[in-house]
Design a protein. Sequence first.
Length: 370
Amino acid sequence: MHHLVADAPWADDALLSQVRSRVLPTMREQGPVVAWIVDDMGFPKKGMHSVGVARQYCGQLGKQENCRVAVSLSVATENSSLPIACRLYLPESWAKDSDRREQAGVPEGIRFQTKPEIALEQIRQAVESDVAREVVLADAAYGTDNEFRTGLTELQLEYVVGVQSSMTVWEPGAAPLPPKRWKGRGRPPRLLRRDRKHQPVSVKQLALALPDSTWRDVAWRAGAERTLRSRFAAIRVRPAHRDYWKTEPHPEEWLLIEWPREESEPTKYWVSTLPARTNLKALVKLAKHRWIIERDYEELKQELGLGHYEGRGWRGFHHHATLCIAAYGFLVSERNRFSPSARAGRLELRAPEIPPGFQPRGSSHAGRAA
C-alpha cells in the first residue's frame, strides 16, 4: 500500500479523468452543472522537509502558519460537487531550492506558479478535456488577479469572482478619456487617458455612495436553522486596471456588493461577466454557491483522510489526494442515485408486490415435503 501511494508511477490525471467520467453523469441526473469552482485548501504541517511546506496563509486555521496548500478545481450542480483537479502549490522558496526539490521528488517541469496561475492551468485542461463549460466561481484571492480574469475571458468562460474593496472601477456610465487630439506631428496618440478631475474610484467608495434605493434584500438558500439572506446591490461598471496602457476601455461588468444591515460598511464584493440582463437574485445565488465545496473539503479531510497524509514527497502527496477524491467521487455518485428529497430522509421507496401464492418460510400453510 505504501508503494502504491508513495512511489508507484501511475498518472493522477488519468485516474481523475476516469472518476470524472463516471461521477459527472450521475450528478447530472439530478440537475445540470451550474459552476466550476476554484479554491485552495491548507494542510497544517510542522518542519521544513515535507514538500511545499512554508509559512503561509492556511485557510483551515484562518491565519499565517506552517502549512502546505493545494489548489483545486471542482464541478458543481445545485446539490453536488466534485473536485476534478488538485495540485500542490510550490512556494518560490521551494521552487528555487534544488536540494529540497530533489529530496521531495519534485518533477523538473514544475516551476514556481502563483495560485491563480495554477488554477488557470487547471481550467485550461478542463476546457481541453471538453468538460461541460459553466460559470467560474472564485474568492478574492483569485478574482483580484487581473491576469486570472483576463485568462477566463480569453477561454470564453463567464465568471463571478470575489475582489478586494480597493479594486478600482469607473462609476456607472463613465469611462477613461479618449486619446489626446493628434497635432499633425509624430505618431497619433492611441492610449486612453485620465486627468485630475477624471479618475476611477474604489469599489468601496462607490458602494458607500450608492443611494438606499439601490439595495435589495435577497435570500439565496435554506440554511441549517434559517433561510440565508442579506442586503445586496448590483451595478454595471468598467474595471479601471491599468487602462491608461490600453487603446480601448475594459468592457462593462457587474459589480455585486453585499452590505448586511447590521454592518457599518459593505462586507463583500464580486465582479461578473454574466450578461447585462442577469437579475440580482441569479447573481447572488451564483456568487454564494461557492459554499458547496466547503462540504467537499470537510468530508475529504475528516472522513476520507485527505488531511492525514504524513509523507514528504511530491508524488505521494498527489497520489494520496487523487485516491481520496476517487473515494469521494464514489460517495457523490451513490448519493445522486436518489433525489435531493430522498437525501433529506424521505426515500419514498415502494415495496415490491407479493407474488400470487407466496407463503413465507415457516408459515403454517406452507407445503410439507413428502
